[in-house]
Design a protein around this ligand. Structure first.
Ligand code: ADP
Length: 463
């Protein structure tokens, strides 16, 4: 016992102090939070668990993409339980000298035990826990020794519940099976990227510490940041604060956040390779829709225009806010439906104006498809001029008539899309340039362009 006390007076090398993270600092977790609360109970109610013979896990494995908050969560577990937090990144275990990694693992666990109760956090577990066969060359031997030492430490606790290991990885698939065997990292928790409501919550957690304007629209920012993780959202709030200070203002606004989101995203985008022509093509597609939409009363409420590649949505996107209640209840007026068809044909029309009939791309295929089915419903619904009010089309011999009439409606809408675009071609041109440059335009940015370039009709020219 004497030796032990003497040892613990030495300054622990792996102890992290002063973090004091709580679950309330980690947002957007949904049900995952319950699982982590249970782990806290292993500390706070350990005695009860043991008496009831509940097996306390040796290790918890947090997996998920980088930046979703795995480290933060491990800290929050320690913070909520009020225990010490020891951490190391497994890449630090991996040394060129045989034996160094293993001795670090021993030292880490020794400190954790001497200062128990404690959480040991191992980041990048895959750096050392890669399946043994996967490592080739001389580094393999060292890693084997380190991994073996880690397995020994995980197994070697009589007084389970005093030291709990939490590890993080974004490659759970390549871990050595020995690590995930029962009694080791046998509790696995996957942390996904946050949903849109998760992003709102995360933004709010970080906004708490900042002077935010009262009317900040977090939902708008969350919508713009699909695919982003907590670390990026935290960054967005930081960048906004810097912008605010730079401009000598005292409050962070929605626009600050949206601009910061663009900066954050551009960092992400730089990694995605697209040719300048491709960017331009995408921008034309979306600019055409946006410019046509502002001409229609039920669709002019454009939330944003973007050509940034996001998870699951490779092409661009114009978010036009229609009156959804009306739309669902089938209460949109005849004119609104025609406007909708016209809008869906705008990309095709823009392509023709820009490149000419013989050099069309196929980027507009999806929206043209929407237009086709909308036109058919329009005719079937008895809304077209020719068949106004007549709904008994189901007879097989009339199907051709329906298609012909739908074609007529499509053609009419197509001409209208072309006219609107021609009349506003100067605006289209500018929106394309801005989109290529910034990749996304907020509602305000787009409307500013509209105001400044209203009806600048310039003959479309090929470029
Ligand atoms: P990981 O370990 O998964 O790579 P981190 O825990 O290191 O991610 O996250 C880095 C930072 O990002 C955190 O310190 C925090 O500021 C922010 N962050 C990440 N996820 C969240 C979240 N769910 N709630 C609040 N902040 C988060």
């Amino acid at each position: 016992a004497k030796v032990r006390r003497a040892r613990s007076t030495r300054l622990p090398q792996y102890l992290e102090r002063g973090a004091d993270v709580k679950f309330s600092d980690v947002a957007g977790l949904g049900k995952i939070r319950l699982e982590l609360e249970e782990i806290v109970k292993f500390f706070t109610h350990g005695e009860i668990y043991r008496r009831r013979g509940v097996r306390i896990p040796g290790g918890i494995l947090l997996s998920g993409p980088p930046g979703v908050g795995k480290t933060l969560l491990a800290k929050a577990v320690a913070g909520e339980a009020g225990v010490n937090f020891f951490s190391i990144s497994a890449s630090q275990f991996v040394e060129i000298y045989v034996g160094v990694g293993a001795s670090r693992v021993r030292a880490l666990y020794q400190e954790a035990r001497e200062n128990a109760p404690s959480v040991v956090f191992i980041d990048e577990l895959d750096a050392v826990g890669r399946e043994r066969g996967l490592i080739k060359g001389s580094g393999g031997q060292e890693r084997d020794a380190t991994l073996n030492q880690l397995l020994v430490c995980l197994d070697g606790f009589e007084g389970r519940g005093n030291v709990i290991t939490i590890a993080a990885t974004n490659r759970p698939d390549i871990l050595d099976p020995a690590l995930v065997r029962p009694g080791r990292f046998d509790r696995k928790i996957y942390i996904p990227k946050p949903s849109v409501t998760g992003r709102v919550e995360i933004l709010k957690v970080h906004a708490q510490k900042k002077p935010m304007a009262d009317d900040v629209d977090y939902m708008a920012v969350a919508t713009m940041t699909e695919g982003m993780v907590g670390a990026q959202l935290a960054n967005i709030v930081e960048i906004s604060a810097i912008n605010m200070l730079r401009d000598g203002r005292s409050e962070i606004t929605t626009d600050d956040l949206l601009q910061a989101a663009q900066i954050e995203e551009r960092g992400m985008l730089d990694k995605k390779e697209r040719s300048p022509e491709m960017w331009k093509q995408l921008a034309l597609n979306e600019a055409a829709m946006a410019v046509v939409a502002v001409n229609f009363p039920d669709m002019k409420n454009i939330e944003f225009v973007t050509i940034s590649p996001r998870a699951g949505r490779e092409l661009g996107y114009v978010r036009v806010k229609m009156d959804h209640v009306k739309f669902k209840e089938g209460m949109l007026s005849r004119q609104s439906l025609l406007d909708h068809i016209t809008l869906q044909l705008a990309p095709r029309a823009a392509d023709e104006l820009w490149f000419g009939e013989d050099q069309l791309s196929t980027i507009w295929a999806e929206t043209a498809d929407n237009a086709r089915s909308a036109a058919r419903s329009f005719v079937l619904g008895g809304l077209s001029e020719k068949y106004h009010g007549i709904c008994d089309f189901w007879a097989a011999d009339r199907l051709n008539e329906i298609d012909e009439e739908a074609m007529r409606v499509l053609d009419m809408c197509y001409q209208r899309a072309k006219e609107i675009l021609q009349k506003n071609w100067g605006l289209v041109d500018i929106v394309v340039d801005e989109l290529v440059r910034k990749k996304s335009l907020s509602k305000q940015e787009f409307l500013r362009l509209v105001e400044a370039n209203r009806s600048r009709a310039i003959e479309p020219s090929k470029s």
